[in-house]
Design a protein around this ligand. Structure first.
Ligand code: NAX
Ligand code: ADP
Length: 430
């Protein structure tokens, strides 16, 4: 973000003007012309607040401004002077129906003082609408951590680009709706928000093998693999084959159940191992003898042991936090940094699941999932995701793109399936 700012073709004062105007417009559209209280901090986040106050006043909204100390940057000082209206000390500020938090943004270095964070929380709780400028004050921009108590906002207006905290827990749960205001700069980092994927078209001369063969290795709990294999079949694979020692109930009839099959079969577009595997590490070892692309999920992740075993395997791994810790131990840094370190250590694309799923590639690319419904937190949804990614991989998408596409489609399917869905229902919405 800071490098984007430095490279921006427009003056910083103009960026602040645009940020403040966007904030005012977004708050007005969201809350309507109700009396507003802007809380302005000492840095440029506070400067955005003074600009927004000026715009709201021009739009005939009743505005009050409360400041935390004096402005500390030239830009903020200029914005404060241009406001020209009264400024109350934050300790004395009375509540208002609309509270706009411009205390701190990306420059926050430590938690807010207790008295300030309590004041902020009190004003936010008593407001009808609470809006945060760029980031709620107390949120650490890069990690998504909370440096002090952060109340729940209804709307967060991010300037120029989303920051990691907009997509990482616990911060993302405090932001309400997040909107991105275009202020004329673009992010230039290696990370991005995963968007709707462009899926490979079905070629006019396609046949079932060219559309992608997913081969699944079943373990001790065939139900989990039934979910994963069904998801692969519903995600456009031309052929889904399950090797199993006993017939699995509940699989679509189009999914072929076999005994042993050679894993070196060049028609295999993706091998899937893990869902329902149980205590059968030998099946992972078998999968790793194949040179075909693979998705490694669930218990199979725990059987890897040394992440370096995955080097050269062309693998996507899909751990939740417990499986991640089993394979990689306690890594330092934010969830994003941990996922990137894990991808580098294993050479695999890492789908680090949870309420804030992200996808990391060994080359440093990092995709943050858009928010998905919390009702995905139900048994078997991870199996469905693994099957979806395996199908997309078999259809020819590269590992990172297939993982990102699977995550995006999974979240949207859950939205359509509704709050009382079970993992089986998700299959109907792929
Ligand atoms: N990056 C960009 O391109 C743009 C940024 N803008 C705004 O500028 C913000 C960043 O501005 P700044 O870098 O000035 O940072 P902030 O406004 O977030 O605050 C930083 C200031 O607060 C002090 N500080 C940090 N933590 C504190 C604490 N706990 N208690 C007391 N003081 C503390 C710092 O020493 C510094 O003086 C963004 O979040 C955004 O709102 C916009 O003006 C538009 C353009
Ligand atoms: N609170 C949540 N909000 C959004 N998605 C969630 C939440 N909790 C879990 N998920 C998603 O649900 C899926 C659960 O997968 P996993 O933990 O492997 O479950 P299982 O092993 O039972 O299939 C993952 O895709 C994860 O990202």
């Amino acid at each position: 973000m800071r490098s984007a700012e430095a490279a921006a073709p427009v003056a910083l004062s103009e960026l602040m003007e645009r940020a403040g105007q966007s904030l005012a417009e977004a708050a007005l559209r969201f809350a309507g012309p109700v009396p507003a209280l802007l809380l302005c901090g000492p840095g440029n986040n506070g400067g955005d607040g003074f600009v927004a106050a000026r715009y709201l006043h021009q739009r005939e909204v009743e505005v009050r401004v409360a400041a935390l100390g004096e402005a500390q940057t030239d830009l903020a000082r200029a914005a404060r002077a241009a406001w020209g209206g009264a400024i109350e000390p934050i300790e004395d500020a009375a509540p208002a129906p609309l509270v706009i938090d411009c205390l701190f943004g990306t420059g926050l270095k430590r938690g807010l003082e207790d008295a300030v964070s309590e004041r902020l929380s009190g004003l936010v709780k008593s407001a009808q609408w609470a809006v945060a400028a760029d980031l709620p004050s107390g949120v650490e921009a890069d990690s998504g951590g909370l440096l002090s108590q952060v109340p729940a906002f209804d709307l967060t207006v991010s300037f120029g680009a989303l920051k990691p905290a907009h997509r990482l827990m616990p911060a993302m749960a405090r932001m309400g709706r997040v909107v991105l205001a275009d202020i004329g700069i673009t992010a230039d980092g290696p990370w991005f928000e995963i968007g709707e994927p462009a899926l490979p078209p079905v070629a006019p001369d396609a046949h079932k093998y060219s559309r992608g063969l997913v081969h699944c290795l079943t373990g001790e709990m065939p139900g989990a693999m039934a979910l994963a294999a069904s998801a692969a079949a519903r995600s456009g694979a031309g052929y889904v084959r399950v090797s199993t020692s006993a017939p699995i109930a509940g699989l679509p009839r189009s999914v072929v159940q076999v005994g042993d099959a050679p894993l070196a079969d060049p028609r295999i577009g993706c091998l899937l191992v893990g869902p329902g595997l149980g205590k059968l590490p030998q099946l992972l070892t078998l999968a790793l003898t194949s040179h075909r692309p693979k998705v490694i999920d669930a218990e199979a992740i725990g059987h890897v042991g040394d992440p370096a075993r995955l080097k050269g395997q062309d693998a996507v791994i899909t751990p939740h936090s417990g499986e991640f810790a089993t394979l990689f131990g306690e890594l330092p840094g934010s969830k994003a940094e941990q996922a990137l370190a894990a991808a580098a250590a294993s050479g695999a694309v890492v789908v680090y699941k949870g309420a804030d799923t992200l996808v990391a590639a060994p080359d440093g690319r990092l995709g943050f999932a858009p928010p998905a419904p919390a009702w995905l937190a139900t048994a078997g949804t991870g199996d469905v995701l693994a099957g979806m990614i395996a199908a997309l991989r078999a259809r020819g998408m590269p590992a990172f793109e297939a993982a990102c596409a699977g995550v995006w489609l999974h979240g949207r399917a859950a939205e359509r399936a509704g709050p009382y869905m079970i993992a089986d229902d998700l299959l109907e919405w792929l």
